[in-house]
Ligand binder design. Structure first.
Ligand code: UTP
Length: 494
């Protein structure tokens, strides 16, 4: 731990002396905690961070329109359009790698989930499924199942290690939750939780924000903080020790996420990709999602705000959007790629400006909850490594099968607990229908699914299939001819 004098020197040098303005009002214990916090700051980089944040917030993003092109078709696979035999081949290849312990999954779970507005990690959220399962439990069960499928196919018992990136906000409650739930039946030896770094929030004129008299307003450094966190926590060494060569990285909030999806893994490996992204077709030119494309020849995600509407609206010969590849934060990396990146390029990753309302103490020491944005949080994004890829591929998947994120509280039109729950229930009703089963809704009426219902406004019935029973709709022949009255959860024993 640094001494008060050392901290003072660093803060003066960074033009941040105001951080200690309430020091004389703190008691012994508060001073200890604050000094501890200040010692952990990257004080040598503080001036650069504060000045850079203020500069970045004031600058206008360069227009990328003239520099963009879509990813060429030969680097794109598609769950919708690729030949069935290819899809089957990729699935088999993916399962082979899983069975040989070469595949790991990495969950990004360090976010604060401010839009959802709960005080606990998003993974602990229960969206109101008939089973009452949380996002963490659903994911754990998918891991069980994919290991089982790989073993059944290739005859060797295997492990898919689960790396979980947390932050100061999410680590302790996540650890506790996993422990209380007996790690959902997984061996804790194969679950590796680690913490990403935190960085100070800064005012528009480049001053660190004090959240309390003895506390700096800190925020996680964005999901692109992953790469520094891999280094800080020796995660790549752990992967190497286990023989893990391929990593599937995903967000905590997508209830439909196919962890370690063998088709995606198999596709990326067959193409000898070092980096890959799953995408869904954008629903409209104005849908505010990033687009996976090329900028000056290298892979990149371009945000909706970085392009002109005319570019977003460009259409190809058959009427499809030219920039249709919506990023869903679902990525493939080889260990070698991550190794090179963390050694050579992590420092060059771009930082993004997020303008937020950051609670602070005013000059008189009163705690204030601002009503308008007052601060800058700098964030790195997980996809900002794409430009460093030497062999980048894209895999397009069906939105209704694979993407329904939980971002907002109920009441919002999109990405809420209701839309996430309905998306999963809808998918499971479709699996049951495809298997030849009849599902009855709560009024006893047989559920009939039409194509137009794929927008998932309402769930057709409360019919849920445990991931322990089926990972992507496979092995449901036993449902043929049966009738299920909702609410109903199809569990392993049934
Ligand atoms: P979001 O950008 O949606 O953020 O994160 P969030 O924290 O979940 O929600 P808001 O914006 O505060 O409402 C996308 C994914 O990236 C992870 C999140 O946990 C989520 O899985 N993430 C985000 C991190 O792991 N670290 C971060 O610093 C930020």
């Amino acid at each position: 731990m640094l001494s008060l004098e050392e901290v003072k020197l660093h803060l003066d040098a960074a033009d941040q002396a105001h951080v200690l303005q309430f020091w004389s009002e703190l008691n012994e214990a508060e001073r200890d905690v604050f000094l501890q916090e200040l010692s952990q700051l990257d004080v040598s980089g503080l001036r650069g961070h504060c000045e850079g944040a203020a500069r970045a917030a004031a600058s206008v993003a360069a227009s990328l329109d003239d520099l963009m092109e879509p990813v060429p078709p030969e680097f794109i696979g598609s769950a919708r359009k690729s030949d069935k035999t290819f899809l089957a081949h990729w699935e088999n290849e993916g399962l082979l790698h899983i069975s040989k312990n070469r595949v790991g999954v990495l969950l990004l779970a360090g976010g604060q989930g401010t839009r959802l507005g709960v005080q606990y990690p998003k993974g602990m959220y229960n969206v109101g499924l008939p089973s009452g399962k949380t996002l963490y439990q659903i994911q754990a069960e998918r891991l069980h199942k994919i290991q089982e499928l790989a073993e059944a196919k290739h005859g060797s018992k295997c492990i898919v290690p689960w790396y979980i990136m947390t932050s100061e906000f999410t680590l302790t409650p996540t650890e506790k939750f996993f422990k209380e739930n007996n790690y959902f039946g997984l061996d804790p030896v194969n679950i590796n939780m680690f913490e990403q770094r935190m960085i100070p929030a800064v005012t528009f004129d480049g001053k660190v924000i004090l959240q309390g008299k003895g506390k700096i307003a800190m925020a996680p450094d964005g999901n692109g903080g992953l790469y520094q966190a891999l280094v800080d926590n020796n995660v790549l060494e752990d992967m190497k020790k286990r023989g893990v060569e391929y990593l599937h990285v995903y967000c905590v909030d997508n209830i439909l996420v196919k962890m370690a999806d063998p088709v995606f893994i198999g596709f990326c490996v067959s193409k000898e990709a070092d980096c890959g992204a799953k995408v869904v077709e954008k629903v409209s030119p104005t849908e505010p999602v990033g687009v996976v494309c090329r900028v000056q020849g290298v892979a990149q995600v371009v945000e909706y705000s970085e392009i002109l509407q005319a570019t977003a609206e460009l259409r190809g010969p058959s009427g499809e959007l030219v920039y249709s590849a919506g990023n869903i934060c679902n990525h493939f990396f080889t260990r070698q790629f991550l190794q090179n990146l963390t050694m050579n390029n992590e420092k060059h990753l771009k930082e993004h400006v997020a303008i937020k309302k950051v609670p602070f103490v005013d000059k008189c020491g009163n705690e204030v909850k601002p009503t308008k944005p007052n601060g800058i949080k700098m964030e790195k994004f997980v996809f900002d490594v794409f430009p460093f890829s030497k062999s980048f591929v894209v895999f397009e998947v069906v939105r209704e099968d694979e993407f329904s994120p939980l971002k907002n509280a109920d009441g919002a039109a999109t990405d809420s607990p209701s839309t996430a729950r309905n998306a999963l229930l809808h998918l499971h009703c479709r699996w049951a229908a495809a298997a030849g089963a009849t599902v009855l809704d709560q009024d006893g009426n047989a559920v009939v699914l039409t194509a137009s219902e794929s927008t998932v406004i309402n769930a057709p019935a409360k019919f849920e299939i445990s991931p322990l029973v089926s990972y992507f709709g496979e092995d449901l022949e036993k449902l043929k001819g049966k009738t299920y009255h909702s609410p109903c959860v199809l569990d392993k024993e049934q």
